[in-house]
Design a binder for this molecule. Structure first.
Ligand code: FAD
Ligand code: SIN
Length: 548
């Protein structure tokens, strides 16, 4: 076959905080005789993680206000009782270790003049417990430290091969549900490669780009989830998409720069153009859970009102010091927070669902793991508590490495006929061309359909409309297996993910957390009972059972 074939001990897909941290810990602690491959579809540092602002939860002994039980209670309450208690407890209990280890990796969390860690507040947290870096550049600070370590730490770097501009396009899963590696596609050279390993880890982030308005960067097209769907992995909770209440909303622009919830944590208040501070009647006011605030803003916007953040309560000097990037970005867009309110609107932000995993990332497919936003450990339930995501990335990556440290990670190239047939498809020299399609226009269509019909408020009718419209695109595009470009693969993945969200939203006939059905406004699930939507295809020949 003309294509390249390579073997590794572990393949990690994605270079966000979950993927980078897993690679570092694996190289530090596990025996990886054939090395680690870290592949990422853009540059090493491009990912959701890089843009994280508010911070990362740390339940630390030195924070006398806080305790594990308080954090567990806040997480479960924000998640409307659908979180898994044991998972929440595990992640909370391990947060102290996670934070200390990030510091050991070179992350410098912000401190006060007495050199004590600064804790901030976000929605639905009962105490200040969120650590941040560079004020509002937490993700950038962590990602930068991890990238530097991977590139420059001599005890780690030689064990890690990095492929940039390379995307995973299909998992190599044999007839007995064992993952043997994957097929990668270099979007610059257009070359495919068959990559084999005893362990494959998906750390490909979330699904924000499936929606027209999102805080997520362009790489976030739900790829890992789509690979899992194609491989018939169990998927869970996909109806729960978190819409962040406060993204910068500028006229004539679809882009949505985040205005961190910690801006409200430090005192900013939501206001409409009539001067009404409309969150003041809620018991938690502007710091109510995200789903509640997002729906309230949606309701204001639906009435034709404009919504702003009034940051004057923070004080200009503190704002500049605490939120330097937000201040700068607002100014670049002619919003001077010393005299202007910040115009905001909700945007798709986070996917609570994903590939169903245990806390160590184990999926329903042998040798396949998923960590970070791609996974659904059931930490978040129906609505994620702010700043729990970065924590989950780190704790679960650490637990994955603990599991893998006990395994034999000698590479092996075990190929059955099923795997061979997958490889052959990509070994054919001809790429399938889709010159007839305007891929960008089709992507935009998907994003509009999802925003208009599967957004903050859903009904059966809007969901069925979305399904039918998505199916029409799918019929034109014929959900290709082998595509000709990065954009085509992303469109293929977006279509799979969109259907998965719609189907999950159709099956949950109640309103709970981030899933609000105008036609089923009550909550049926008893508090604490995890009636999750797990989808699995029994008949592997019939994709329609899981995705249509
Ligand atoms: P990501 O960081 O998204 O990384 C995914 C990686 O996978 C990327 O490198 C991507 O290029 C790569 N990839 C994707 N598909 C493929 C493919 N097919 N092949 C190869 N590579 C692929 N959470 C918090 O806890 N605190 C916060 O303050 C916070 N603020 C946020 C602010 C913003 C603007 C956004 C967008 C999110 C924020 N979140 C926050 C959420 C949090 O940042 C993410 O959930 C988390 O960073 C996800 O990390 P990850 O490693 O799972 O994925
Ligand atoms: C924010 O800073 O508002 C985002 C925090 C998060 O998504 O956890």
């Amino acid at each position: 076959m003309p294509m390249k074939h390579s073997t590794y001990s572990v393949i990690i897909v994605g270079s966000g905080i979950a993927g980078l941290y897993a690679a570092i810990k694996l190289a530090q602690t596990a025996k990886v005789p054939d090395g680690i491959l870290l592949l990422t579809k853009s540059t090493l540092s491009e990912c959701n993680s890089r843009y994280a602002q508010g911070g990362i939860v740390g339940v630390l002994d030195e924070n006398k206000q806080d305790s594990i039980s308080l954090h567990i209670a806040d997480t479960i309450k924000a998640g409307c009782g659908l979180s898994d208690f044991n998972v929440v407890k595990f992640i909370s209990e391990n947060s102290q270790h996670a934070i200390k280890d990030l510091m050991a990796c070179g992350v410098n969390f912000d401190r006060n003049e007495h050199n004590q860690l600064n804790f901030t507040l976000e929605g639905a947290h009962s105490v200040r417990r969120i650590l941040h870096v560079g004020g509002d550049a937490t993700g950038y600070g962590i990602e930068k430290a991890l990238v530097e370590k991977i590139k420059n730490d001599k005890s780690i770097a030689p064990n890690i091969t990095i492929y940039e501009q390379t995307l995973a396009v299909e998992l190599l899963v044999d007839a007995n549900d064992n993952c043997r590696g994957l097929i990668s596609f270099n979007s610059a050279t257009k070359e495919y490669e068959a990559l084999y390993a005893p362990v494959t880890v998906l750390a490909t982030g979330g699904t924000g780009q499936v929606y027209k308005y999102t805080t997520n960067p362009s790489v976030t097209t739900g790829d890992g989830l789509a690979l899992g769907i194609k491989a018939h992995a169990d998927i869970k909770d996909m109806e729960f998409i978190q819409f962040h209440p406060t993204a910068l909303s500028l006229e004539n622009s679809d882009s949505r720069f985040l205005i961190s919830e910690s801006v409200r944590g430090e005192g900013a208040k939501l206001i409409n153009q009539n001067g009404e501070y409309f969150m003041q009647n809620h018991p938690q006011k502007d710091l109510a859970p995200r789903d509640v605030v997002a729906r309230e803003i949606y309701s204001q916007l639906s009435k034709g009102n404009k919504v702003f953040l009034d940051a004057s309560f923070i004080g200009i000097d503190k704002f500049k010091r605490r939120f330097p990037n937000i201040y700068k970005t607002c100014l670049e867009n002619n919003i001077d927070i010393t005299k202007d309110y910040i115009p905001v609107a909700p945007a798709a932000h986070y996917c609570m669902g994903g590939l169903k995993t245990e806390v160590n990332g184990k999926t329903s497919i042998n040798n396949l793991y998923a960590i970070g936003e791609t996974a659904c450990t059931s930490l978040h339930g129906a609505n994620r508590l702010a700043s729990n995501s970065l924590l989950e990335c780190v704790v679960c990556a650490y637990e994955l490495v603990n599991t893998l440290s006990k395994q034999n990670l000698h590479s092996s190239k075990i190929i059955d006929e099923t795997v061979l047939n997958t490889i052959k498809k990509y070994a054919d020299s001809e790429n399938e061309s889709s010159e007839d399609f305007d891929i960008k226009a089709l992507k935009d269509k998907v994003k509009n359909i999802m925003w208009n019909n599967v957004g903050i408020i859903r009904t059966e009718s809007s969901l069925l409309t979305a399904l039918s419209e998505i199916n029409k695109i799918d019929e034109i595009f014929v959900s290709k297996d082998k595509c000709a470009s990065l954009d085509e693969y992303e469109l293929r993945n977006m279509l799979l993910v969109a259907k998965c969200i719609i189907n999950a939203a159709l099956s949950r006939k109640e309103s709970i957390g981030a899933h609000y059905r105008a036609d089923f406004q009550t909550t049926n699930t008893p508090l604490g009972e995890h009636a999750c939507t797990v989808e699995k295809s029994e008949d592997k020949a019939d994709d329609s059972k899981i995705i249509a």
